[in-house]
Design a protein around this ligand. Structure first.
Ligand code: MD6
Ligand code: FE
Length: 217
């Protein structure tokens, strides 16, 4: 259980809500680290700018993406995959910032996945109206490692379904500083993000950022 003080700051232990067997939502876990995480995102995009990738079916994704770590997630006409080189720059992706690593360690431990060390982080940027359709994360080599997902800026509605695309997803509001950790039996659950509602956030303006830290290799 947790409570918020007069200023809405989380005090005491973080709230922990189970989304499914193996998936937990840790509300407000990284509110304090958010400024450092946003500075680190700026460092990443100085070397690996956001871009709108193309799906294998030829659609341009509305969510802008980039990566850091030893491998980065890509899509183009040839398919979905991880690659150590950013095709836009021809260079390796920027290193995983220490602030990201610290959050990955703390969140995965809080969720009961000890010893998680990510080697890849996909950085998503949502503008009002952008969305991520239902998908599974299945390009990683090892499904025994969890994924740590951090929300920053404008709130979003996260759609969390089941093992089949046809399973009706439940909806969860993800706010600035919330972390979702999932693995185990939930690792291949279908999920997505509903079209982002317009708004203004004190730290990010009209944007939402999401970090997903993974063990890809
Ligand atoms: C997002 N997240 O929250 C999109 N994938 O913007 C994901 O697609 C995601 O949150 C795998 C694990 C956790 C996630
Ligand atoms: Fe995903």
């Amino acid at each position: 259980m947790s409570t918020r003080d007069l200023f809405g700051e989380q005090v005491g232990a973080p709230e922990c809500e189970a989304l499914a067997d193996g998936a937990v939502l840790l509300r407000g876990l990284v509110v304090k680290e958010a400024p450092a995480l946003l500075r680190a995102i700026n460092g990443v995009i100085a070397r690996a700018p956001f871009r709108n990738m193309i799906t294998p079916g030829g659609f341009t994704m509305s969510v802008a993406m980039t990566n850091c770590g030893r491998a980065g997630w890509l899509t183009d006409r040839k398919g979905y995959r991880y690659d150590g080189i950013d095709p836009e720059t021809g260079q390796a992706w920027p290193e995983l910032p220490e602030a990201f690593m610290r959050v990955a360690r703390r969140a995965s431990a809080a969720a009961g996945y000890g010893g998680f060390v990510p080697d890849a982080c996909l950085v998503n940027r949502y503008e009002p109206g952008t969305r991520l359709s239902l998908h599974q994360d299945r390009n990683e080599r090892d499904f025994t490692a969890p994924i740590v997902s951090v929300s920053l800026g404008l709130p979003a509605v996260f759609l969390f379904g089941g093992a089949e695309r046809s399973d009706r997803p439940r909806r969860y509001r993800l706010e600035h500083g919330d972390v979702v950790v999932w693995g185990g039996p939930a690792r291949l659950a279908f999920h997505g993000v509903a079209p982002l509602a317009d708004g203004e956030h004190p730290s990010t303006g009209r944007l939402r950022f999401n970090l997903t830290m993974r063990k890809a290799l």
